[in-house]
Design a binder for this molecule. Sequence first.
Ligand SMILES: [Zn+2]
Length: 303
Amino acid sequence: MSVKNLLLAFIAILISLINVQGQKADSTQNKQEKKYQAKAPDTQSFGKEAFEASDKTTIRWLGMAGFLINSRGTTMMVDPLLKGFDMPVMIDFPIDTEDVPRLDAVLVTHSDNDHYSIPTNRDLARVTKAFHSTVYVDSLMKNEGFPSFGHNIGDTFSIGPVEVTVTPADHAWQNAYPGTGDRFFKEEDSAGFWITTPDGTIWATGDSRLMPEHLQMPTPDAILFDFSDSEWHFTLEGAVKLANAYPHTPLLLHHWGTVDAPDFAPFNGDPKQLEKRVVNPKRIYVIAPGEPFVLKRLKKSTD
Ligand SMILES: [Zn+2]
C-alpha cells in the first residue's frame, strides 16, 4: 500500500466514524425533539340522542375549540371542527358531520380554520338553520351560501329561547405576520359569545389576548375557556387571572389536547399547569370530547 493509498484509507475510516457519530447525534436529537404534550381523555362518541328535547342544558366539547350546546332542545354548535383540519389531529371527533341531525345555529368566533372550518360547515349547512359570527366572517359565510348573520361586538340575537350577546376579543395576529392575511384584520373580526340559557349563562370567550373587559363581566355559570400559553391567547398568566376573576365558575378547557403539535404553543396547553394556580381548581373540567356536562346555575351567594 502506497503512502497515498494509506492516507486515502485513513480518510475513509475517519469519514465513516464521523457519519456514525452524526447518526447517533441525530437519533438522540429526534428523541429529545418529541416533547411531552397533554392529550384529551378518550373520546365519548355520541349520536342523534344528544340533539333531542331535554329538560336541561348540556354542553359537550367536540375537541379543538368546538362545542355542542343543547339547551332544552335548542341546539347549537360553537366553532365546530369535525373534519378536514390541515394539521395532524390526535383525537377521534365524537360525531361525524353526517350524523348531526339538526342544529338551530352554528356560532363562529373568528375566521381561523381551527374555528371556522369550511369543510365542517359545508356539511353542517344541510341541517343548520342559521350561522352567526362577526361581520367579517359573515362575509366569508355568504361566499359559501350559508344562511348567515354578521354581528358587531355588543350585539344581541336570539336562538329560540336562548339569547346570545357578542363579546370582545383581541386576536388580530395576522397583522403581525405580513403575508398570512390578504387584508388588515380588525379587532372586531374576532369575538366571543355570552350565551344566556334558561339554565344559566355560558361564556364562550373565543381566542383572545386578555382584555380588561374580560375581567369585568357578570359571573358566568360556565366558561368555554380558550386555554393555551400563547401570546395571541390569554397566556398562562392571563388564564390564571381570568379564572380567578370568576372563582366559582366551572371552566371547560378547550384549544388544547387535540392537535399533535408539542412545539406549537396555541395547541399544546397542559391543564395541570392551570390546576396548580387557580382558586378552586376542582372546577377545572378536563372533559373528554363528547362527554356531557350539565349546566347548573351558580348559587347567588358565591357571586
Ligand atoms: Zn384557535
